[in-house]
Design a protein around this ligand. Structure first.
Ligand code: PEP
Length: 249
């Protein structure tokens, strides 16, 4: 395993129709013309994964899913497996996003099972962790985040490519961001946890920051210690904004 390149990934959440593929095409064209220093991924809703993979056809933009089920197939109405994402053209999958942890009661153990499913399907997981505002105000940030890292990352990840995304819940979609010192403190703690868990290989996975990243704050966040890219929600929906972040990496 070599030291991973930074990764800037867009999480479109439940946004995007066929017409939105034009935004992805614009991102792909721009990075083909001017290759950035980072890997670039877009994680559209699952209805668009296959169409986006077809539309971008092996260019510089990687395609990811936003979640998967731990099982391969079966009677799980409405769900999607890692194998299905891979079959549709996704090479990555976001797992354990706070909107799923909070909205669907996903535990660290379930996230770890989903990570194992992603490994089985050859899909690279981006595993999200982050504290709520109440946890930060109680002084529990580092304990909460490192606890999530330990319990959400199974030993099956040893030697495999994966990323961790630190996303303070209170910074997602709010326009609020932690200070650079706060970001660095958490990223350093995550790195130490990864090294404790995976040995020297724990130095390699990129640790993305996510939470109200935009073109105007991306450069300073992406330069912070142990920040290896960004997971971007709202600002990934428009090619111009997303490119402003990508080119800052
Ligand atoms: C996210 O939901 O992963 C995210 C980072 O959202 P936003 O950039 O909109 O805060």
């Amino acid at each position: 395993m070599t030291v991973a390149r930074p990764l800037v990934a867009g999480n479109w959440k439940m946004n995007g129709l066929a017409i939105s593929l034009d935004e992805a095409r614009a991102v792909a064209a721009a990075i083909d013309a001017q290759p950035p220093a980072c890997r670039v991924a877009i994680c559209p809703p699952s209805t668009l994964v296959h169409r986006m993979a077809d539309a971008l056809g092996g260019g510089g933009v990687e395609i990811g899913g936003q979640d998967c089920r731990a099982e391969t197939n079966g009677a799980f109405t409405g769900d999607i497996s890692a194998e299905m994402l891979a079959d549709a053209g996704a090479g990555l999958v976001i797992l354990g996003h706070s909107e799923r942890r909070a909205g669907y009661g996903e535990s660290d153990a379930l996230v770890a099972a989903k990570v194992e499913a992603a490994m089985r399907a050859g899909v690279e997981p981006i595993v999200c962790v982050g504290e709520t505002l109440a946890e930060r105000e109680a002084g529990d940030t580092l304990a909460v985040v490192t606890g999530q890292v330990k319990a959400s990352l199974p030993s099956a990840l040893q030697g495999k490519a994966f990323a961790v995304a630190y996303e303070p819940v209170w910074a997602i979609g709010t326009g609020l961001t932690p200070t650079l010192e706060q970001i660095e403190a958490v990223h350093v703690a995550i790195r130490e946890t990864l090294i404790a868990q995976f040995g020297e290989e724990g130095r390699n996975p990129p640790i993305l920051y996510g939470g109200s990243v935009k073109p105007s704050n991306a450069a300073e966040i992406l330069k912070a210690r142990e920040v290896g890219g960004a997971l971007v929600g709202g600002a990934s929906l428009k090619a111009a904004d997303f490119l402003g972040i990508i080119m800052a990496a």
